[in-house]
Design a protein around this ligand. Structure first.
Ligand code: GLC
Ligand code: CA
Length: 562
């Protein structure tokens, strides 16, 4: 992309996330790749998406499936070559689809040249690219502080060569970069500009809220599982660092920059995303997923009110000040049908379409994840061996001595929250391996692929896929959705989510039954008697907005009121 001022195109863009390892395999080695993506670009075009967020495709030893990068300027061998990548971006741009790459710069792989140098000696020029400290205790054999890795265990690894420890907030093969070092920031800026010059349209910034660590790296407050958070999440210099990258790279091109921001509050999100702050454009928050997280593990029920509160708070909180990133799925979270509509069995199609309405009529940039367009579901994991995620394998190691006894119980819980649920191969058709690969895939295909696949959905006019097409087309250029204010109706309702969007005399009225049974609905008086046009309906027939309606299981409508 040549240097160009920001047009903020992302405010009217629908983004589709590709996890390349699981999308489409072109050469029969069981691993998705870039030529595989190229072969599916027409699927994306047909769906109507405006941009792709591509999970990392850079060189990587794959300790964390590409989120551990050993060369930021080249492509992972399993995925293809830089020339393949150039063909891919050309294929996207030819179809009017933009490309957002993943920027993983809180940490590198321990196999990155910088780290190989850094660990060699204390006076190596790359030493200060990472965070090295002397250990505690008599012989320095205790970690420098009590911080824990997000993936379990201490966040420090001892390195015998220089008898010091390095910090890794994720696996020990993902050493944290030292952003306090100006040279590191300059490297990040150079990497961004390198990809912009090759045509990319933006970045999704991985765990970006962790990059600035508190001076002195103090011990974290007491917590049995995770410690240190308060000293590296939204750390002391984060805004200064983001502003620098923005100034020297992101703002020079017509980009979209979205940050992954676990634990972010609305006030903090405004600091990251308000336009005049010149940092990022929007941020992924996790509150809607976390609001019902415990139902996966404890005998707790899904509670619509928790999610509804989160939706409303973020809609009101960022209105005219920041910008939301709307999503229900990504490569780190279980499938949305399982998380937000437990008990959907028997009504899968209606539930998936209802969820699409519930989230994507809000203000913000929508992000959908591969497979969401056909209503893919969680995988019935039974054994550790079926799980490929490093997080599950770490837990397995921790429980190791009692492995066999615990496996069944552990898997019962883990299978509900495992990131692998989102990473099973994309289900293209009902042929062997779901049309993903001609040989056995790196991770098992969900056995429901004969029922749930793209080919089947294409043929069926009332499929989830065809519903998404309508929804995306309806959203395109719709000023009420892009700019309209937000109004919640009956916020304490346990079964029905109902909200409105208002813009210059037009009202969009959204009603979603989150239950798998019939539910009575009473429309607000000022809505029921207006002339209304049914814009989207997951049951597909004409249905006027009456003051009193019996909603069918997961029934959802979007009306335009005038
Ligand atoms: C982000 C990614 C996740 C990865 C982690 C470490 O949360 O989405 O997949 O494991 O960062 O890079
Ligand atoms: Ca392949």
């Amino acid at each position: 992309m040549s240097e160009q001022k920001k047009t903020r195109w992302y405010k009217d863009a629908f983004v589709y996330q590709i996890y390349p390892r699981s999308f489409s395999d072109s050469n029969g080695d069981g691993i998705g790749d870039i030529p595989g993506i190229i072969s599916k670009l027409d699927h994306l075009k047909d769906l109507g998406v405006d941009a792709v967020w591509l999970s990392p495709c850079y060189k990587s030893p794959n300790d964390d499936n590409g989120y551990d990068i050993s060369d930021y300027r080249d492509i992972m061998d399993e995925f293809g070559t830089l020339d393949d990548w150039k063909n891919m971006i050309k294929g996207m741009h030819d179809r009017g689809i933009k490309l957002i790459m993943d920027l993983v710069v809180n940490h590198t792989s321990d196999e990155h040249q910088w780290f190989k140098e850094s660990r060699q000696s204390k006076d190596n020029p790359y030493r200060d690219y990472y965070i090295w400290r002397k250990g505690k205790g008599k012989n320095g054999k205790k970690p420098p502080n009590n911080w824990t890795s997000r993936f379990g265990g201490s966040a420090w690894e001892y390195d015998a060569t220089t008898e010091e420890w390095y910090l890794h907030l994720f696996t020990k093969k993902q050493p944290d970069l030292n952003w306090d070092n100006l040279k590191v920031r300059q490297e990040v800026i150079d990497i961004c500009n390198y990809w912009f010059n090759l045509g990319v349209d933006g970045f999704r910034c991985d765990v970006i809220t962790y990059i600035s660590k508190a001076a002195g790296l103090p011990d974290g407050k007491f917590n049995l599982v995770v410690r240190g958070d308060e000293h590296f999440t939204h750390g002391p210099n984060i805004h200064e660092y983001l502003k620098q990258v923005n100034r020297e790279s992101w703002s020079k091109y017509d980009t979209m920059i979205v940050g992954e921001a676990a634990g972010v509050t609305i006030d903090q999100a405004l600091l990251y995303t308000a336009e005049d702050r010149e940092e990022m454009d929007c941020a992924f928050q996790f509150e809607h997923y976390e609001s019902n997280f415990w139902m996966h593990i404890l005998p707790k029920k899904f509670d619509l009110r928790r999610i509804q509160k989160v939706f409303s708070r973020w809609q009101f909180g960022l209105m005219q000040k920041g910008w939301n990133a709307l999503y229900l799925e990504n490569h780190d979270q279980p499938r949305s049908l399982n998380s937000y509509t437990p008990g959907f069995e028997g009504h899968r199609e209606e539930a998936a379409k209802m969820l699409a309405i519930a989230i994507f009529m809000q203000q913000g940039t929508p992000f959908m994840y591969q497979g969401e367009e056909i209503g893919m579901t969680n995988y019935p994991f039974r054994s550790y061996d079926e799980c490929k995620d490093v997080v599950v394998q770490n837990i397995r190691k921790m429980l190791n001595p009692l492995d066999k006894i615990f496996e069944k119980t552990a898997m019962k819980l883990l299978s509900r929250v495992s990131r692998d649920n989102a990473r099973t191969p994309m289900q293209w058709n009902a042929s062997e391996n779901a049309g993903f690969s001609s040989s056995e895939p790196w991770i098992k295909v969900n056995p429901n692929f004969t029922e749930i696949n793209v080919e089947k959905d294409k043929e069926n006019p009332s499929s989830i896929l065809n519903f998404y097409k309508k929804l995306i087309a309806f959203r395109k250029g719709n000023e009420t959705i892009i700019k309209g204010s937000f109004k919640e109706n009956d916020p304490g309702n346990k079964e029905i989510l109902c909200y409105e969007r208002w813009y210059h005399g037009e009202r969009l009225f959204v009603v979603c039954n989150f239950k798998n049974t019939e539910v009575n609905f009473r429309a607000p008086l000022d809505a029921a008697y207006l002339s209304c046009e049914l814009a989207l309906h997951n049951y597909g027939y004409d249905r006027p907005l009456l003051q009193s309606l019996v909603l069918r299981p997961y029934e959802a409508m979007v009306y335009v009121l005038k």
